[in-house]
Design a protein around this ligand. Structure first.
Ligand code: SF4
Length: 284
């Protein structure tokens, strides 16, 4: 770890975050200017951020174009029963992505709208007590219930809703911790928004997916190259030893070592020879 810290700091300082925003789901909330729109769009974008960026990006383009310039207002009014707003939400959700059908997309939009109708997503998150995992679990469970009642889906589709609002028991909940990172952090790299001022960056958990798990394992930050809650906790604990106040600041750069840099968590001569972290990597 002592050898890794300076390498990681150098890699982080050289990483051009601005250049990677257009290749990341964070591009979608960056299109908004009003805090309530940033929050709502960030949650929706993070929820659908699985698979290839180009694939879910096309769905988000479709959906956000139909919600218009004030998406939070449309979602709020739809959840309050406004017929025109409800029609726009229905139109925005008239698409599908992988195993998510339009019914689940509409349920997601209406669930976010029902929270926005009561205040900010930060206010809502803070209603749930405990550490970040516990609060996130309460937040997602509540949203899942709102989604199910706002737009009831057949029983056989309940797994799709469970995917959108996962249990925190064993899953890494990467997309949801990514949303928290976007909202809470305000690092000098300028990608994250820092909108939520009542949650400490020190309490955040690493958004752990196939990329961060593989790279973390390669660098000795976690014991398994597989995404899980346990791996997320191991990554967070290891990075907290490098930066106790802001352990997840490395996430954007590390994740893009896989997304944009081609790291597969194993030695690939053409990829590894240009990697700034190879001196600390178990595969090099
Ligand atoms: S040396 Fe290769 S396997 Fe190791 S972190 Fe870098 S790109 Fe990934």
């Amino acid at each position: 770890m002592s050898g890794l810290a300076p390498l990681l700091e150098r890699y982080y300082s050289r990483f051009d975050a601005a250049a990677h925003i257009p290749r990341d789901p964070i591009q979608f909330p960056h299109r908004c200017t009003r805090p309530e729109d940033i929050e709502a769009v960030a949650f929706i974008a993070a929820s659908l951020a699985f698979g290839r960026v180009a694939s879910f990006g096309a769905v988000l383009d479709f959906l956000l174009e139909r919600l218009g310039d004030r998406p939070a207002e449309v979602l709020r009014e739809a959840s309050r029963g406004s017929a025109p707003a409800r029609a726009r939400v229905h139109e925005a959700a008239a698409t599908k992505y992988r195993w998510l059908e339009s019914a689940e997309l509409e349920a997601l939009l209406l669930a976010v709208g029902s929270v926005v109708a009561e205040g900010s997503l930060e206010d809502h998150f803070l209603r749930f007590e405990g550490d970040t995992w516990a609060a996130l679990g309460g937040f997602l469970g509540d949203l899942r219930a709102r989604a199910a009642s706002a737009h009831p889906t057949p029983e056989e589709r309940s797994r799709a809703l469970a995917f959108l609002f996962p249990s925190t028991r064993t899953a890494a909940c990467k997309r949801q911790h990514l949303f928290l990172r976007w909202m809470v952090r305000s690092g000098r790299e300028g990608a994250d928004f820092g909108l939520w001022t009542r949650v400490s960056p020190a309490s955040l958990v690493m958004p752990c997916d196939v990329h961060t798990a593989r790279i973390g394992h390669a660098l000795g930050l976690c014991s398994q190259p597989k995404a899980s809650r346990r791996t997320a906790d191991e990554l967070t604990a290891a990075l907290r030893r490098i930066d106790p106040q802001d352990p997840v600041r490395f996430d954007f750069a590390l994740c893009h070592l896989g997304i944009s840099g081609g790291c597969r968590g194993r030695r690939i001569e053409a990829v590894c020879s240009g990697c700034d972290l190879r001196e600390a990597c178990r595969w090099w």
